[in-house]
Design a protein around this ligand. Structure first.
Ligand code: NAD
Length: 260
């Protein structure tokens, strides 16, 4: 379905981003992965994806809290594959604390990584997409782009910002055959939520499984985690021709969380 297309997925060495990168590669796209990790492990990951999906997979280690690293990531992808057809902004971090105690450095880092990096990559990738008259931009927002939760001031502010950015980019490029959408997951079991599982487990008696059940059951009516593969499948659909008229929208994958 995506044979010959070129994709970049930010924050894709783990979790949801890796699920999306694998899903796009499975559809035939060449993929630039980005993120942190042990260099030997990441080289094994890159090479195993190339072998499994028979596509070109490259790796960029840029720290996307820096605007320059975001534009370099797009330039590197254009140099490697000739262009960027699909941009998936997915990088994100979390910190939980009551607003009055929220560390200022954490606020700044979350805004830079979870919101500003999305602007910087989109800004760099759009001219090429506009010149070719085809593009797919997918932003991993969150249910927290749609509703709030206590102790997540920076994360909720950044994710609401991503939803706003998504709408503006969609409107500006609607006629140019470039779509821009936000996927809004509820709970997905990845390293990002592990500290929250552990904190909840400590509150409910120490058992990790009890912690998971308590955390997910509290807000997600399905009481099931989503998987990175679930999100990857939706991203691949949004890149398909069938999705050419889906733009500027938010797609919850949240087990009913935002239906309540
Ligand atoms: P994760 O921790 O598994 O993955 C985060 C990725 O980002 C990793 O590849 C990491 O190396 C990379 N990364 C972190 N900081 C970076 C930086 N400064 N520069 C470059 N790369 C960096 O997290 P995840 O749960 O897969 O989250 C991915 C996205 O999904 C985030 O935007 C997150 O907010 C969103 N999300 C997650 C959930 C969930 O329940 N896990 C729910 C809704 C939304």
């Amino acid at each position: 379905m995506l044979k010959g297309k070129s994709a970049v997925v930010t924050g894709s060495t783990s979790g949801i981003g890796l699920g999306i990168a694998r899903s796009l590669a499975a559809q035939g796209a060449n993929v630039m992965i980005n993120g942190f990790g042990d260099p030997a492990d990441l080289e094994r990951l890159r090479a195993s994806m190339e072998k499994e999906f028979k596509v070109d997979v490259r790796f960029n280690a840029g720290d996307l809290s820096q605007g320059d690293a975001c534009s370099t990531l797009i330039a590197e992808t254009e140099a490697a594959f000739g262009r960027v057809d699909i941009l998936v902004n997915n990088v994100g971090i979390q910190h939980v604390a009551p607003t009055q105690d929220f560390p200022v450095a954490k606020w700044d880092a979350i805004l830079a990584i979870n919101l500003s990096s999305y602007f910087h990559t989109i800004r760099a990738a759009l001219p090429g997409m506009q010149a070719r008259g085809w593009g797919r931009i997918i932003n991993t927002a969150s249910v927290h782009g749609l509703v709030g939760s206590i102790h997540k001031a920076a994360y909720v502010a950044a994710k609401h910002g991503v939803v706003g950015l998504t709408k503006v980019v969609a409107l500006e490029n609607a006629e140019a055959n470039i779509t821009c959408n936000a996927i809004c997951p509820g709970w997905v079991k990845t390293p990002l939520v592990q500290p929250q599982i552990e904190a909840r487990a400590a509150l409910v008696g120490g058992n990790l499984l009890d912690g998971e059940r308590s955390l997910v059951g509290e807000k997600q009516p399905s009481k099931r985690f989503s998987t990175p593969e679930d999100i990857g499948a939706l991203a691949a659909f949004l890149c398909s021709e069938a999705a050419h008229n889906i733009t500027g929208t938010t797609l919850p994958v949240d087990g009913g969380w935002t239906a309540q």
